[in-house]
Design a protein around this ligand. Structure first.
Ligand code: KG4
Ligand code: ZN
Length: 349
C-alpha cells in the first residue's frame, strides 16, 4: 500500500510517498524560510500563496522520484489542521481532488498526530510511549497509546518552546528561525556558571504536579535583560552568556515536565520516551532527555531531524496507520485551524 502525503500547515510545502513496509519512496520539503526571514516570522498570506505556487510541481516531482504514477497510489493524505488555515486548505483541497480523480480514499490528518506517530515509521517504537512534542507552534506531552489514542498530559499555557527561542533570538538581533542561532550563540559561552548567576531567570512551573509548560514569563525576563544591555556592549560575546542561560532554563523545564510524564508512562506499562518537533534538534535538550531516560531505565528515541521537523512523510505515515485501522475520511471534511488531539480520542472512543 502506498500513500501520498501533503503537508502545508505552516511554512514548509512538503510531499512524500510512503509504503506500508515503511519504505520512504520520496520525502520532499520546500522550506519558505528565506521568504519569511525578511519579515522576522511566518506571514500566513505569503505562506499560503507560496504553497499554491509550488505544491503541484512537488507532487509531480515526488511521483517521478519514486518511479510511480498516480494510479499506483492507494490513498491520499493531507494535513487538515491545526495550522494556518490558508495553507491547510491548499494541501487539503489538492489531496481531495487527487483522491476523487483517482477514486481512492482520502485521509484527513491531524498535524500533531503526524508528529506523534513518526517514531513508529523511523524507529518501530511500540505503543504506549511518552511523546514530548516541541516545535514553533506546540509544546505538549502526550501518552500515545495507539492510533487515535492520545492522552494529553500537558501543554503550554502560553507560548511554545520554539516561539520562546525565536522571540528571544529576535530580540538579540539573530535571524529567523532563532532556535538554531541561539543554540550556536549559547555554545560560544565560556563560563556557564557565571552566566547562570548573572542572569537569574525564572524556571516556570518547575516541580509542579502536572505536565504543563509556560514560557512567556521566561521570554519577558530574558528580553528585560536584553533591553538593559548598553548599545556599545551589544556584542555576540556579551550575549552568549544570556543565550546560554536561556537555553539552560528551557532545557531544565522541559526535562522536569517530562520526568513527571514518565511516571504516567510507567503506570501505563510503557518503556519508551520520544521527542519530536523542530526544537528536538537542540543538542542540549536531546542530551538532557536522554540522561533522564537512562536514569529511569526508559529507551530514548529522537527520529532523524528530517522526520522531526515538519515534513509530509509523517502525514503519509499517519495515513497508512489510519488505513491499517480501517479509518478513512469523507471528501466533505472541513479544514480546522484548531484541532486538539483529544478530539480524535473522543471520535475513536
Ligand atoms: O517543527 P518545526 O520545524 O515547525 C513547527 O513549528 O511546526 O519547528 C520549528 C521550531 C522553530 O521555533 C525553531 O526555532 C526551532 O524549531 N528550532 C530549534 C532548533 N532548531 C529548530 N530550537 C532550538 N534549538 C535548535 N537547534
Ligand atoms: Zn509541526
Amino acid at each position: 500500500m502506498k500513500v501520498l502525503g501533503i503537508e502545508t500547515s505552516c511554512d514548509e510545502t512538503a510531499v512524500a510517498i510512503i509504503d506500508s513496509d515503511k519504505t520512504i519512496h520520496s520525502n520532499l520539503v520546500l522550506s519558505q524560510i528565506d521568504i519569511h526571514r525578511i519579515y522576522g516570522g511566518v506571514v500566513p498570506e505569503v505562506a499560503a500563496r507560496a504553497h499554491a505556487e509550488h505544491l503541484d510541481r512537488l507532487i509531480k516531482q515526488s511521483l517521478e522520484e519514486s518511479d510511480l504514477e498516480l494510479k499506483d497510489i492507494d490513498a491520499f493524505a493531507a494535513t487538515c489542521g491545526p495550522g494556518l488555515i490558508g495553507g491547510v486548505m491548499i494541501g487539503m483541497v489538492s489531496a481531495k481532488a487527487l483522491a476523487y480523480a483517482c477514486d481512492k480514499p482520502f485521509l484527513a490528518i491531524n498535524h500533531l498526530e503526524g508528529h506523534a506517530l513518526t517514531p513508529r515509521l523511523s524507529n518501530d517504537v511500540p505503543f504506549p510511549y511518552l511523546l514530548l512534542l516541541v516545535s514553533g507552534g506546540h509544546t505538549q506531552i502526550l501518552l500515545v497509546e495507539g492510533v487515535g489514542q492520545y492522552q494529553m498530559l500537558g501543554t503550554t499555557l502560553d507560548d511554545a518552546a520554539g516561539e520562546c527561542f525565536d522571540k528571544v533570538a529576535k530580540s538579540m538581533g539573530l535571524p529567523y528561525p532563532g532556535g538554531p542561532e541561539l543554540e550556536k550563540l549559547a555554545s560560544m559561552c565560556t563560563d556557564g556558571e557565571t552566566a547562570l548567576k548573572t542572569y537569574n531567570l525564572p524556571h516556570p512551573l518547575k516541580g509542579q504536579d502536572n505536565c504543563n509548560f509556560s514560557f512567556s514569563g521566561l521570554k519577558s525576563a530574558v528580553i528585560r535583560h536584553i533591553d538593559a544591555i548598553d548599545d556599545k556592549d551589544f556584542t555576540r560575546e556579551n550575549l552568549s552568556g544570556l543565550a546560554y542561560a536561556t537555553q539552560y532554563v528551557i532545557t531544565d523545564v522541559l526535562t522536569d515536565r517530562v520526568s513527571h510524564g514518565l511516571e504516567v508512562l510507567k503506570k501505563a506499562g510503557g518503556k519508551d520516551l520520544v521527542v519530536a518537533g523542530g526544537v528536538a534538534a537542540n543538542k542540549n535538550i536531546r542530551a538532557s532527555l536522554e540522561a533522564l531516560a537512562q536514569e529511569n531505565d526508559i529507551r530514548f528515541t529522537a527520529p532523524p531531524l528530517k522526520l522531526c521537523t515538519d515534513n509530509a512523510a509523517m502525514i503519509a505515515w499517519a495515513g497508512l496507520e489510519k488505513l491499517g485501522q480501517g479509518m478513512v475520511d469523507n471528501l466533505s471534511f472541513k479544514a480546522r485551524p484548531r484541532w486538539p488531539l483529544e478530539e480524535l480520542m473522543n471520535k475513536n472512543a
